[in-house]
Design a protein around this ligand. Sequence first.
Ligand code: TRP
Length: 453
Amino acid sequence: MEKHANFGSRMGAIFAAAGSAVGLGNVWRFPMEVGNNGGAAFILVYLLCIVLMGLPIMISEFVIGRHTQSNMIEAFRKLAPGKWWRFIGILGIFVAFIILSYYIVVSGWTLYYTYSSFSGMLMDNDTDYGAFFGNFVANPWLSVLFAAIFMLLTHIVIARGVQSGIEKCSKVMMPMLLLIIGLLVLCAFSMPGIDEGLRFLLKPDFSKLTVSAVLSAMGQAFYSLSLAMGCLCTYASYFGPKTRLMSSAVSVAAIDTFVAVLSGFIVFPAVFSVPGVEANAGPGLVFQTLPYVFNMAFDSVPWLGYLFSGMFYILLFLAALTSAISLHESVTAYVHENWHMPRKKAATLVSVATMSFGVVCCLSFGVLSGWTIFGMNIFDLFDSVSSKILLPIGGVLIALFVGWYLDRKLVYMEVTNNGTLSGRFFGVLLFLIRWVAPIAITSMFVKGLLDML
Ligand code: TRP
């Protein structure tokens, strides 16, 4: 049996896990949710959810992954032989596959928008951005082409392996992403809408905090940290014995939250700089409203508009790529290890399978838009079923598994690196894993179901 791969350094491990967490969820979904749910009060609840629910589950995944040094399915097989807990692993890998196949579609959009920004096509003054977006996604050739290019890039990284692919790529792309986001925040501070944008982000209005906003904050925390699908569990199987699970989880959650909040600092001052553009524009916020905003705000210096928007979509692209890599890796690791296939062959199989589903998702905006189930096209179906149903189920099960089924001593030994680190917070952690997280997620799940009915 081949030796299980490992990340080369502790920093590399943190960058990789942060790369998984920081994704479209931060730059595209977070501002949209903040806009829809009233700003600063939502952010406060979101932060609470990260600490009370996100962190405990992330540490649980780290414990499972590092202890077993295996992919998600094998990990449960080792820890609970012959028991139905194995179902969690199967679910995780299945959902990672489903998410990846629609994630590459939106990621393809980010590539196309980067190209369109730099070529000047996007900033053309008479462009109607709603129609620009609509025509692009409805064009079967273009949207499939860009999703395929994105898939190919992801494939190349995965095929190169854990250290020279995933780790190297995260170490280069994460600092680049942080640099771009810093530059964009500086730009945002020079926009006319900065005061109003900051007020929206920093001044909580608790009257807007409905039950559904609280539950959305929880769902967002979950999605943004890449929980419950074995991504972080798979990455943790590459952690070395010296990696500190608790402090790594805190770093990853901190980087993820930092990027999400900074994205808000970029998006909202821009949105408030243009009269008539609303903060609660929904999913179109980033792809339809922002190009318009960039165009108007830099009306007198068009090249600044090109630059600002090009950088923004590169940011979105980098964020999407490192997350797609982690989704791909959870599936590839399983195929590679359990089906005894060489890594490159396993990666090819997963890429081809994902792309086939991806094509259907792309086409569901155009040719196949008539194919609906429960009133949703295929893309929406994959998105809602995975994030509203399968993700919460996985999350609760992981918390229950680590909190109640696993031997307390085993968990303690993993968290403290065999007793070499202080176990001061262990009691609190276990309480969060046993009680707080399962109860919180269950309520989110029920809300998700009620929404769908
Ligand atoms: N966290 C990523 C984002 O913010 C998306 C993602 C990657 C994800 N892996 C995941 C979401 C696993 C849920 C589960 O875009």
